[in-house]
Write a protein that binds this ligand. Structure first.
Ligand SMILES: [Zn+2]
Length: 132
């Protein structure tokens, strides 16, 4: 079981089991949403995710042409997890919100076509994909 939450502590979550996917997304949407070079995420089935505290959501159509939802704390603005749309089966925890961020082990990175030259992760460490 892993725990995490937002900067101010109003939003907390737990996830159980192994993530379906752990990766880094370099798409422009993630750069805008995080204010950084990429998002680091761990995908879990909704059934393994438990949330406390109020969140707000921002919905839009992502680079891949599919609907995307980012959930953030209305007090401190931390983007805590992605997904959770009605009918969605998975959520993506943003690894920087984990209480112990060192448990994050990225297996692949996606949208490397928009990877920033100032934020390169050595290619021998994880698989790379131009898109997803
Ligand atoms: Zn907060």
């Amino acid at each position: 079981m892993l725990t995490g939450g937002c900067l101010c502590g109003a939003v907390r979550y737990t996830v159980r089991g192994a993530p379906r996917f752990s990766g880094i997304c370099n798409c422009r949407d993630c750069q805008k949403a995080t204010g950084s070079a990429f998002s680091a995420f761990m995908m879990y089935p909704v059934a393994n995710f438990e949330l406390t505290g109020e969140t707000r959501a921002y919905d839009h159509i992502c680079d891949a042409g599919t609907p995307s939802r980012r959930n953030f704390c209305p007090t401190c603005g931390s983007t805590v997890f992605g997904g959770g749309e009605e009918g969605g089966e998975d959520v993506n925890i943003y690894a920087g919100t984990l209480d112990d961020p060192d448990v994050f082990e990225p297996k692949m990175q996606i949208f490397v076509r928009s990877r920033r030259q100032w934020a390169q992760i050595p290619a021998d460490k994880i698989k790379e994909y131009d898109a997803m």
